[in-house]
Design a binder for this molecule. Sequence first.
Ligand SMILES: Nc1nc2c(ncn2[C@@H]2O[C@H](COP(=O)(O)OP(=O)(O)O)[C@@H](O)[C@H]2O)c(=O)[nH]1
Ligand SMILES: [Mg+2]
Ligand SMILES: [Zn+2]
Length: 278
Amino acid sequence: MDGRIIKSLSDLYTVKTSKEIIDCKARGVFRNKKITPLVGDLVIIDENKKIITDLKSRKNSLVRPPLANIDQIFIVTSVKKPDFSSNLLDKMIAMLEYNNIRPIICFTKMDLLSKIEKKEIKKIIKYYKSLGYTVIINNELRKIRKIFKNKLTVFAGQSGAGKSTLLNRLDKSLSLKTGEISNALNRGKHTTRHVELFSLYNGLVADTPGFSSFDLKDIPKDELKKTFIEINKYGEKCEYKNCSHINERECYVKEMVKNNKILKSRYDNYKRFMNEGE
Ligand SMILES: Nc1nc2c(ncn2[C@@H]2O[C@H](COP(=O)(O)OP(=O)(O)O)[C@@H](O)[C@H]2O)c(=O)[nH]1
Ligand SMILES: [Mg+2]
Ligand SMILES: [Zn+2]
């Protein structure tokens, strides 16, 4: 019978089928082949013996958090407490573009902004929308509810950004723990071992502690370059075919930055990632 792994705890896998939720062991053959089933994996199980007999090929997979077959990542981005970080957002987008996973950008804590700050953020929202990304504010619950159907969605973002708060608002029965974070101490702390999928509006969702451990250094530079979709597109008009858009004197991308067609912070992050990979 077909199913999907929604939870794993040491060697026990919880599999959701169209009929039931059932705890299974993986067949020895996986261990011999050095394949570890992942949460999100589509599997075939023998429901009587309670074993996973087969693993379907993956569309994609991530190491941290350990997940397979992700359809989209809901990037929860606070604009205050913690402050908006274009660096983190662009890093995440680059990573997702590279892995062919759709980013959905959700801004939180707009209520904490002054009028002037709000204007600034709205410009940023408009810019990311113009790139073709879905951008949502965390109070647009009606819009948010519609995005989960038949998808595996991962909630990601900095600790304290408001992931659990939003999930609780979407489904009161989740009662996820929320709270202020005490700052730097909590950063980089990961409890990725217990990634678990739960059902939400006809889809599956994972609440993860974030992706701060992923590394853009693992992405080859010519691939990384393509993950900035607008820079890549404008770059076609550069004089040099292999223009890096950094050191060349004549560069269409640089011109577009000057003319405010490319957001300055995007370009700065592009340069930073290309130079240092972070
Ligand atoms: N003012 C304001 N506070 C928020 C908002 N969303 C979440 N919070 C608060 O931010 C803190 C961290 O939220 P939490 O959901 O635990 O963040 P998580 O670490 O991403 O799961 C909590 O105290 C929430 O009450 C929002 O839209 N506005
Ligand atoms: Mg949380
Ligand atoms: Zn160029």
